[in-house]
Write a protein that binds this ligand. Structure first.
Ligand SMILES: Cc1ncc(C[n+]2csc(CCOP(=O)(O)OP(=O)(O)O)c2C)c(N)n1
Ligand code: SF4
Length: 293
C-alpha cells in the first residue's frame, strides 16, 4: 500500500469468475496476481479500468479481471487502447500481450504509441516463444533456440525490447519476473501511476515450450535487481547501457523513469476540447478536435 492511499480495494475485487486455462506453472499466473495487487493498491474501481490485449496465451489476461476487457486482434492492442483512452480519458487503460503480439506482428505500433505518449500502461509477457500456437520462434527467442520451426536452431538475433523502447524515447521502462512477485507488483503499480506511456517487460516463463534457463527457478537464481546495482533510473543512457544485456542478464526493476514527463497526448487533447467548448463551439464528436479548418 502506497503512503496516503486509503485501502478501499482488495485483490479479490479484481478477480473475475473465469478460471485461467494456462498450463499449470505458466508464468502468466504470477503476472495476473501481481496485476491484482497493483490494482488493489491503485484504488480505482474495476468499472473505471479498461484492459486491452491482443491474441496469445498472455492476451487472455483481461478476461481474468473484473475490469472492462477487450481481447482484440493479434498485434493490435495498442491502437485499440489508444482509441479507448482518447474517447474516455478518465479511464485507466492497461494493455497486455505477448512478445510475439507486441514486438513481431504489432511491432510497428510500439514506436508510435511511445511518441504519441498517451497515459497507458503496457505489460508485455515476454516468454521468448509463441505459446498459444504451440512453440514457434518469437522475435525475442535467443539465437540457436530449437523449436518446431527451427530444428537447426534460430539463425536470427533476438529483438531487444528494452533497448528498442528506450531508443524510441519511452519515458518509463521496467522489467520484472514472477519469480519476484513483490518486485513485479511494485513495478506494475509504478508504471500505472506514471503519467504517460509506460512499459513493463515481464520475463514470464512458458513452462511448456520455453527453455530451462527461462523458468522461475533459473530466474530466482540469476535475477539482478537494478536497485542493488546502484542504477540511477533517471539516466536514460545508463538504462540503455544495462538494457544491452537483455539476452544474457535478467535485470529487474525500473530501467528508466523520466524525471520530467512531458504532457500526454490525452491531456493535450482534453485541453483543446475545453478551449473549443469555451469558444462556444459544438462538441458533438471527439474527432472534431482534430479537424484543421
Ligand atoms: C493476424 C494473425 N496472425 C497470426 C495469428 C496466430 N497467432 C495467434 S497467437 C500468436 C503468437 C502468440 O505468441 P505471443 O504473442 O508471444 O503470446 P503467448 O501465446 O506466447 O503468450 C500467433 C502467431 C493470429 N491469431 N492472427
Ligand atoms: S503454452 Fe506456455 S505461455 Fe501458453 S499457457 Fe502454456 S505455459 Fe503459458
Amino acid at each position: 500500500m502506497s503512503p496516503g492511499v486509503v485501502e478501499q480495494y482488495q485483490t479479490k475485487d479484481f478477480k473475475s469468475d473465469l478460471k485461467p486455462i494456462w498450463c499449470p506453472g505458466c508464468g502468466d499466473f504470477g503476472v495476473l496476481q501481481a496485476m491484482y495487487r497493483a490494482l488493489a493498491n491503485i484504488g480505482r474501481p474495476p468499472h473505471e479500468i479498461a484492459f486491452v490485449s491482443g491474441i496469445g496465451c498472455s492476451s487472455r489476461i483481461p478476461g481474468y479481471t473484473t475490469a472492462y476487457g477487450f481481447n482484440s486482434v493479434h498485434g493490435r492492442a495498442l491502437p485499440i487502447a489508444q482509441g479507448i483512452k482518447l474517447a474516455n480519458p478518465d479511464l485507466l487503460v492497461l494493455v497486455a500481450g505477448g512478445d510475439g503480439d507486441g514486438f513481431s506482428i504489432g511491432g510497428g505500433h510500439v514506436p508510435h504509441a511511445i511518441r504519441r505518449n498517451m497515459d497507458l500502461t503496457y505489460v508485455v509477457m515476454d516468454n521468448q516463444i509463441y505459446g498459444l500456437t504451440k512453440g514457434q520462434l518469437s522475435p525475442t527467442s535467443p539465437r540457436g533456440l530449437k523449436t518446431v520451426t527451427s530444428e537447426l536452431g534460430s539463425f536470427e538475433e533476438p529483438v531487444n525490447p528494452l533497448l528498442y523502447v528506450l531508443a524510441y524515447g519511452a519515458n518509463f521502462v521496467a522489467q520484472g519476473t514472477p519469480a519476484d512477485m513483490t518486485g513485479l507488483a511494485e513495478v506494475i503499480e509504478e508504471a500505472i501511476r506514471f503519467p504517460g506511456f509506460a512499459l513493463v517487460n515481464v520475463r514470464s516463463p512458458c513452462v511448456t515450450y520455453g527453455e530451462e534457463d527461462q523458468q522461475i527457478k533459473a530466474h530466482r537464481a540469476h535475477m539482478k535487481p537494478l536497485k542493488s546495482l546502484g542504477h540511477n533510473p533517471e539516466d536514460r543512457l545508463a538504462a540503455m547501457d544495462l538494457a544491452q544485456h537483455y539476452a544474457r542478464e535478467l535485470h529487474t526493476g525500473v530501467f528508466y523513469r523520466s524525471p520530467s514527463p512531458p504532457p500526454t497526448f490525452d491531456a493535450l487533447a482534453r485541453e483543446r476540447q475545453k478551449e473549443r467548448a469555451g469558444r462556444g463551439l459544438p462538441r458533438e464528436r471527439i474527432l472534431d478536435m482534430f479537424l484543421q479548418k
